[in-house]
Write a protein that binds this ligand. Sequence first.
Ligand code: GDP
Ligand code: ZN
Length: 311
Amino acid sequence: MAKGLVYKSTGSWYVLQDEAGRFWNARMKGAFKLDGITSTNPLAVGDEVDFALENEGESSVMITRIHDRRNYINRQSPRHKHQHHIVAANVDQSLLLATLRDPRTSTGFIDRFLVASEMYHVPALVVFNKIDLYREKDLAYLEVVKAVYEDVGYTVVAISLKTGAGVEEVNALLQGKTTLISGHSGVGKSSFINAVVPNSTIKTRDVSGWSGKGQHTTTFAEMYDLPGGGRIIDTPGMREFGLVEVTREELSGYFPEMRQRLNDCQFNNCLHINEPGCAIKQAVIDGEIDEDRYVSYYNILESLPEQKWKG
Ligand code: GDP
Ligand code: ZN
């Protein structure tokens, strides 16, 4: 019996790293139910497991136990609304790669990502890439959004993967932590992973003699070790986290600048739209809450179902 960490999960087979740093192909037998939830994939990247050798001399092993998770990130299954797909477990922080050029990331997209990170209680970093392409007005706008997000409590870094500017700063923020990376296509996510993960790390991962080799695995989450300690988790194909479990009443609790003012609203079920005595709307009027953040709040609220029945 040994302990391992899941570095790759396809839903039917897994790649584990043991405590000595050796990689194994692994399978799981039987049904596992974890934390009382049923998920389309019981095991995710970042999970800690116990495993046993299936047969002497083979590189494939059997997972016998899943350890309790500190947290996990999920998203709605695209086909089954009520099924969740666990994307990653035991994550220390999330990183959104964004850009103001080629193609511009909307603040609405950034705010949805930040709300999801709040829901999972995962600290969030926003990294603006491609600053080499920014014109003067983009750079001025970058300073504005940076100030807005930093005031709320998020870390913002500006980088260029082309010139290398700011990359050291991001590297320092990744050290010793497990970071989930997301970003819409074209922002430079592949370039980012290539910049922070040495080629050799990716190569040593290919466990030989595995029957699953050659399968299309590009849409599965994968974890990589960083040279200075720490890990990153790449989630190809995941445009954004699903805001799966949020209700309309809870939403403002996931905006830190709103959360701290909720007790000041006249009604405790205030949705901060047209209610009298709303402290949130007053704070927007007074310039204490950024207007674009409020617009994002409103747009997300509108996208949520009217009512969610519990039980
Ligand atoms: P992904 O779709 O997020 O994985 O993005 P890629 O890493 O494939 O990058 C998309 C395109 O943006 C490629 O043509 C990259 O060369 C380019 N790119 C990535 N980072 C930068 C950057 O900092 N500056 C510039 N000018 N181009 C970049
Ligand atoms: Zn209110």
